[in-house]
Ligand binder design. Structure first.
Ligand SMILES: Cc1cc2nc3c(=O)[nH]c(=O)nc-3n(C[C@H](O)[C@H](O)[C@H](O)COP(=O)(O)O)c2cc1C
Length: 261
């Protein structure tokens, strides 16, 4: 595993390097340094399983390398105390506005959450994947939101900076990649969480992102599912439904011999 630290945070790996690294060991149990954060393994629990962080310690016992807490729409809802990078299971926090659409009020909600929560996690995810909030398709709004979040992150944070990711829900129905993918690439966000069961979409988006880290979620339940996502360009993978159905046993399966349970 590569060492964690400021220099790693600033260095961007090329897609070739990312792919080569994954091809050397595409197993979810392999340790990884992604957007400057050292993960014990490449498997995590997706947002929605621990909305407030209340069950973090219990969930972490299953041996995942990270847990994405949330989605939080109010920072006062966080029920979790962060102890920094020494923590074995890394902490992502997913944020969103409760309001629909993408007007200035919604952008301000995301900015407030980002300001309040960046120092309490290892990476922050701006969730744009909710189908109920009518944010998809508003390219100008998405651009303004991500630009504002990126500016906030680049100018108002002490080192070490908290990596900023965006979560997008992508479906086969549209052959057009959402404009958010290009915006994430052009702004050089630290990563994109791609929620899709489609390998074709995952491969395409990973290519488009030119080396920006990809977390793949959607339809992962076996060791082989995870391997295929890592070979398709993902640096980390997450599970939701499989864990909800099968509990820690599915983590042990996906991690293979590298699992703890
Ligand atoms: C009951 C439920 C609640 C969810 N809540 C959230 C959430 O709060 N935030 C979020 O980003 N994704 C949420 N998701 C989406 C999951 O994180 C994940 O992207 C999706 O379920 C696909 O992964 P899977 O095939 O492993 O279930 C939720 C999914 C389910 C089924």
């Amino acid at each position: 595993m590569q060492p964690d630290g400021k220099s790693m945070r600033r260095s961007k790996s090329s897609p070739q390097l990312a792919r080569a690294r994954n091809q050397i060991d595409p197993s979810a149990s392999a340790p990884a340094c992604v957007f400057g954060v050292s993960f014990e393994n490449r498997l995590g629990l997706a947002a929605g399983l621990d909305r407030t962080g209340r069950n973090f310690e219990e969930l972490a016992r299953c041996g995942v390398g990270h847990i994405e807490i949330g989605t939080l729409t109010d920072s006062a809802d966080l029920e979790f105390r962060y102890c920094g990078h020494r923590r074995r299971t890394k902490v992502g926090i997913s944020i969103a506005s409760r309001r629909p659409g993408l007007d200035q009020q919604v952008i301000d909600d995301y900015l407030r959450l980002s300001r309040n929560l960046s120092s309490t996690c290892d990476f922050l995810v701006a969730n744009l994947s909710s189908p109920h909030h009518a944010r998809n398709g508003n390219s100008r709004g998405i651009e303004r939101l991500l630009e504002a979040l990126k500016l906030e992150h680049d100018t108002h944070q002490d080192e070490p900076r908290c990596p900023l990711l965006v979560k997008l829900g992508l479906h086969e129905a549209s052959m057009e990649l959402p404009v958010a993918v290009n915006i994430a690439r052009d702004l050089r966000l630290d990563g994109v969480v791609i929620a899709t069961p489609s390998m074709r979409i995952l491969e395409r988006v990973s290519r488009e992102l030119h080396g920006i880290a990809v977390i793949s979620v959607g339809g992962i339940g076996t060791l082989n599912d995870a391997k295929r996502r890592l070979c398709a360009g993902a640096s980390l993978v997450q599970v939701h439904s499989a864990y909800a159905r099968r509990g820690p046993a599915c983590i042990a399966d996906i991690l293979g011999d590298g699992g703890h349970s």
